[in-house]
Ligand binder design. Structure first.
Ligand code: SAM
Length: 244
């Protein structure tokens, strides 16, 4: 499938994730002290009540969120991701979970989704905005493919608002994460460990939470809510496509 015109950020993300998939599921849990699955569950909690028939999961990676959506709803789930090697492990996970008929994985970019307007009844996206050039334009594109009234939820890392926890978070992301990554996953995970903390800080310097809430509204979502998770390590957001 054609990915449209990938930009530098897309190429960077593809390179970053290319060698991670083999250990991704295990290390994402270890290095987040098990918080990643808690956060995913809290995000999917906002989709389940809508009983959607077709859900889109963007930045689907190894399909962890897509499979949870399939488990907890009776919907057909489409997962989109930029990186083929992540999708390859995702496909294996889908097969092992016996969900091949309900979960379809597609190679694509969040910035130019390969679907007609209003295709989906619900949408999730996870850890995406640090990899796109223009979060507002990407949100507009995400909003385009969901129908009016669709429930939407997202998950992203966060910088803890409390000064005390921010100090511990800084020490963890700048020192322990690279070392932990190296020890558990080798050089590729050392590189990710070094990248992650500064990339999270950069995101919130450029786009504070209030900006993002406003950007969701600009894109056409209403009833936008946020929940700070694990003392500020994660942020779950949700809303509804206007007009339903
Ligand atoms: C940290 S992983 C998250 C995977 C999965 N959502 C999870 O929770 O485990 C981020 C994923 O975003 C994908 N990605 C980055 N930029 C993207 C873009 N512009 N469009 C679609 N996927 C993208 C990467 O390929 C990677 O698989």
């Amino acid at each position: 499938m054609s990915l449209g015109i990938p930009g530098d950020r897309n190429r960077f993300a593809q390179r970053l994730f290319a060698d991670l998939p083999a250990r991704y599921d295990r290390l994402a849990e270890w290095l987040s002290f098990g918080q990643n699955s808690r956060w995913r569950k809290a995000m999917v909690d906002h989709i389940v009540p809508g009983s959607p028939r077709r859900v889109l999961d963007v930045a689907s990676g190894t399909a962890g969120v897509a499979l949870q959506l399939a488990d907890r709803t009776s919907s057909h789930v489409v997962g989109v991701d930029l990186t083929l090697s992540m999708l390859k492990i995702g496909q294996r996970n889908v097969a092992q979970a016996h969900q091949v008929r309900r979960v379809q994985l597609v190679n694509g970019r969040a910035e130019a989704l390969p679907f007609p307007d209003a295709t989906f009844d619900a949408l999730t996206f996870t850890y995406l905005f640090r990899y796109v050039d223009d979060p507002q334009a990407t949100l507009n594109e995400l909003a385009r493919v969901v129908r009016p009234g669709a429930l939407v939820a997202s998950l992203e890392f966060m910088v803890p608002p409390s000064r005390f926890w921010r100090g511990s978070w800084w020490a963890y992301t700048r020192l322990l994460l690279p070392v932990g990554g190296l020890a558990t996953g080798g050089l590729e995970w050392y590189r990710v460990g070094r990248f992650l903390g500064p990339s999270i800080s950069r995101l919130y310097r450029q786009y504070p939470v209030a900006w993002t809430v406003d950007a969701w509204r600009q894109a056409g979502f209403e009833d936008v809510g946020t929940r700070v998770m694990s003392l500020g390590g994660g942020l779950v957001m949700w809303g509804r496509r206007s007009g339903g």
